[in-house]
Write a protein that binds this ligand. Structure first.
Ligand code: TRP
Length: 339
């Protein structure tokens, strides 16, 4: 069975954009692949971050994933920093990654502008991502289009390592992107992609009241000023969201009533809110249950880390050997104490 690896940052809030764009897909993929899913906390410290909330954000992200249907019986779910092999492989891959390639990454160029003094970790972020994927010798990586450049670099790093250390084999498979139907979910500002840092999101676990408070002022068709102006649903972000949360009959009705100036935007939003609340209710209920049992969540993550480490430890043993390191006499005991 082909193996899948993917990672998500512990942003602290799983929002409907992440859910529609990535997490639903993760859940579906569990049926056909061996899936390894990781909350990438080491990636979340490449800039200024709040150390007081990192642990909680990490656990919350895991709760959101579990509540959405990531199933620890079928997939491995773990926290990146719990498996130290990620950092170790990253170091080794650093030694074969050209700085020029890293400086070319559009995400790096973008983010580097925000720093007076750019941390080396920001530059090396894609090498850690390559280590994440190669550590499990994953075949496929579901990612959004903003990550395809990083994945291309991962393939290049794999090729380079294979050429130097693979002994003629393609020892690290070159991971392929798994691009699904591009769901680009716009934020409530109707301007930019939904993103926690832009404050234009609806949280997956928001309460019914919060959902309504956020939808009510959301941007609609800018040309529609009053209820009597006929609207253009295709230009309206709220209409777009209806297509993910409302049944087809409702979507058709919404379009008709908008074009015919029979419904105002607020009427349309109320229907969306009700459908969104109903869709998310079971996820929210599961999340509240998990939040009440942080020990159980940590146990699931502990089991996940142990399962991940069994694979990662095996990869690193081979990698060290192929790269010519002296084997440590204590390796075996070091690995087994964590099982
Ligand atoms: N960089 C990815 C993002 O910001 C997260 C990530 C880290 C990842 N490691 C990964 C995604 C490995 C896929 C595979 O979305």
């Amino acid at each position: 069975m082909p193996r899948i690896f993917s990672g998500i940052q512990p942003s602290g809030e799983l929002h409907i954009g992440n859910w529609l764009g990535a997490v639903q897909n993760w859940v579906t993929l569990q049926e056909s692949y061996e899936c390894i899913y990781c909350v990438v906390d080491l990636h979340a410290v490449t800039g200024k971050y709040d150390q007081a909330t990192l642990a909680e954000r990490t656990r919350e992200m895991a709760i959101g994933l579990l509540a959405s249907g990531v199933d620890p019986e079928r997939a491995v779910l773990f926290v990146q920093s719990h498996v130290p092999e990620h950092s170790e492989l990253q170091w080794l891959l650093n030694t074969i990654t050209p700085i020029g390639e890293l400086e070319r990454m559009t995400q790096f160029k973008d983010k580097a502008q925000r720093f007076e003094s750019v941390p080396a970790g920001l530059l090396n972020y894609p090498v850690l991502m390559a280590a994440d994927i190669l550590l499990y010798r994953a075949d496929l990586v579901p990612v959004g289009d903003d990550q395809t450049q990083h994945l291309e670099l991962t393939r290049e790093i794999a090729r380079k390592w294979n050429a130097e250390f693979g002994g003629g084999e393609e020892w690290f498979p070159e991971p392929k992107p798994l691009l699904t139907e591009a769901k680009r979910i716009m934020g409530l500002d109707g301007q930019s992609k939904m993103s926690k840092s832009l404050g234009n999101t609806i949280g997956l676990l928001d309460s019914p009241e919060e959902i309504w408070q956020k939808l009510r002022p959301a941007v609609t068709d800018p040309a529609r000023v009053t209820k009597r102006d006929p609207g253009t649903p295709e230009l309206c972000n709220i209409y777009h969201l209806h297509r993910y949360f409302s049944p087809p009959e409702t979507v058709a009705l919404v379009a008709e009533n908008c074009r015919g100036a029979r419904w105002g935007c607020l009427d349309c939003k109320r229907v969306l809110a009700d459908n969104m609340i109903a869709t998310l209710a079971p996820i929210r209920a599961r999340a509240l249950e998990l939040r009440a049992q942080p020990g159980r969540v940590d146990q699931i993550l502990g089991d996940g880390a142990a399962a991940a480490r069994r694979i990662a430890g095996e990869t690193m043993r081979e990698v060290r050997e192929r790269m010519g390191f002296l084997e440590a006499a204590t390796h075996d005991s070091r690995l087994t104490t964590h099982d």
